[in-house]
Design a protein around this ligand. Structure first.
Ligand code: GLN
Length: 319
């Protein structure tokens, strides 16, 4: 086993969980009512090792919309299907140093990276326009859904239509971004902007729970092979690229500090979810809706700090 004393390990994870449960800071995202109604008390932690050992504590069976946690996944799909060279003609690899929905492009007039809104709009446009074997929008949505299903070892993946409709209704910034990017020729030529935005909102509105998301994280930790099914879902090169950018750009404008102090590839979303990958060891999902000023889950961040305090999981810890 990759974690030999698994029970002892889990009891220490549970202690960290309980410590973070006592934190009552942060604010639940309020830009759409469906997220605002989420209880600030929800708090779940699930983990799945690359050899399939599982542990969950707290609210780990409650579905939540993935929001920005879907960004590394759609990026992974684009890489896997189109290759890094094609994808990175359209999007960079640099942290933006700005908020996730900032109206800004890099000096090449491309989005800085695929893990912020501008970059994710581009990766969804690539999936829409370049995957010719899936001609209709329905086929493409199905393809992405099936892909996530395989990443999660066929565990819970859903769709929240109320969130989707709300996202689309409250989308001034994303619309502005899309038009600004079209002006700057960021998209492939034949793109339909409305379809592209809708597809982006749909990806944000796909649901997972902590358990299914921990399996997706674990598939990333395991070079693209789902530890539950043994299915090679992603090519190893695609996984490497995704983890590299999660490491440098996954935590909004906290990415640099997170890379420094926690030293693990991760991605957060305004849902309060966090995908955390410990390469070659395990994947975790942390979920608690209250967010800090930079839109990261307060309990999630604190959990990670405690985790690397106790275990030497930081990428540059001495083993
Ligand atoms: N749906 C949100 C948006 O596009 C997702 C952003 C996020 O999770 N940071 O603004």
């Amino acid at each position: 086993f990759v974690i030999p004393e698994f029970e002892e390990f889990c009891s220490r994870i549970e202690k960290i969980y309980n410590k973070c449960k006592g934190i009552h800071l942060g604010k639940v995202a309020s830009y759409i009512p469906q997220l605002e109604r989420m209880s600030p008390d929800y708090w779940g932690v699930s983990l799945c090792t690359i050899d399939g050992q599982r542990f969950s504590v707290g609210d780990t069976k409650i579905p939540f919309t993935m929001q920005s946690c879907s960004k590394p996944l759609t990026y992974a799909i684009a890489l896997n299907e189109l290759g890094s060279e094609v994808v990175h003609r359209y999007v960079g690899q640099e942290p933006s140093g700005r908020m996730f929905n900032e109206l800004v492009l890099d000096f090449n007039k491309r989005p800085h990276n695929p893990l912020i809104n501008s970059g994710a709009l581009v990766t969804t446009s690539l999936i829409l326009s370049l995957l010719e074997e899936y001609p209709s929008l329905a086929d493409k949505y199905q393809f992405v859904n099936d892909f996530l299903q395989r990443l999660s070892g066929n565990e819970y993946i859903g769709f929240n239509n109320a969130v989707f409709l709300s996202e689309r209704e409250n989308a001034d910034r994303n619309n502005a971004l899309a038009y600004y990017m079209r002006e700057n020729k960021c998209f492939p030529e034949k793109i339909n902007l409305r379809d592209c935005l809708d597809f982006y909102f749909q990806c944000c509105s796909m649901e997972a729970d902590c358990e299914s998301m921990s399996v997706m994280a674990s598939t990333l930790a395991n070079g693209g092979i789902c530890p539950i099914t043994g299915d090679q879902v992603l090519k190893p090169d695609a996984v490497r690229d995704v983890l590299s950018l999660m490491h440098s750009c996954g935590m909004y404008d906290y990415s640099g500090q997170f890379a420094f102090s926690v030293g693990l590839p991760a991605k957060s979303g305004v849902c309060g979810g966090m995908l955390v990958v410990i390469p070659n060891v395990m994947g975790l999902c942390l979920w608690s809706p209250p967010l800090d000023a930079l839109s990261n889950s307060v309990r999630g961040i604190e959990f990670c700090r405690e985790l690397v305090n106790i275990f030497n999981f930081h990428r540059y810890d001495n083993l």
